[in-house]
Write a protein that binds this ligand. Sequence first.
Ligand code: GLU
Length: 322
Amino acid sequence: MTARFRFAPSPTGYLHVGNARAALFNWLEARRTGAEFLLRVEDTDRERSSSELVDNILESMRWLGLDWDGDIVFQADNLPAHTEAAMDLLARGLAYWCDCTSEQVQVRAKERGGPPGYNGFCRDRGLEKSEATALRFRVPDDGTTSFTDLVRGEVSFENSNLEDFVLLRSTGLPVFLLSNALDDAAMGITHVVRGEDHVPGTPKYLLLRDALGLGRPEVFAHLPMLVNEGRQKLSKRKDSVSVADFKAAGYLPEAMVNHLALLGWGPGDGVEQRRVEEIMELFRLTDVNSSPAFFDVKKLQAFNADRIRALPVETFVAAATP
Ligand code: GLU
């Protein structure tokens, strides 16, 4: 069976460098190994998603040269299937309706002390679906949920520390986690390569897939977070992070790709500047490390300056015209 990678951006903002790095690492490994690289737009947050943002993401990917295989999957098209899966869990006693408000959950957590979050208050109340109820997944009380991560090694969560999480909101809409886990299964994704902010959601993703008999992806790789000069997590508000902004500021895509490739990975010989074909030959997902990666704008500028100086005159004129 052909291995399948995917990039799954949410069109709730412009494509930022962290997402672009995730797309690039998927693309490099998939293209080098002859696997497929699919694109799924996770557009289920109707209020924050827009077609303008989808266009921005696609345009930035094309600019970086990250081509994908097959048709783009739009997650919103699959919502009926996600709801159906949630109802299946309900029918099998693996999910239940809950009418607790978030204030009630907080107050109760405070009263009992210990970890915050929902403690299964409605598990056995036998509530029916109503406008006030959300559907929650019944997390097993005991045991652990573990996975092997190519970047972080063995990752393990005690089920007793996971709350009964929401599957369907009171509006009836599936939550991100459910849609994400089910679409990966429906698309036959074998390699899940994404930012480390998704580690805490992964045990829930796996519990859901297990409960629905959907098997598990073969490989997880959670990429290290990007930090700025002050070693702070890169922030959309404080740092310049939008790929389109770099394009507009005159950066060449080759310089950007080269710099993105070094965020969590480096070639054995320490030579930093390379053409993308050479990077692809050397890149190994297994060599990605887990330490925070510095998005170094000065280094990117230096790469860009070198690339610009090396351009043939006609190419330089064409690139400078806009
Ligand atoms: N849509 C998610 C995001 O943009 C990605 C989820 C994933 O890659 O699994 O953060």
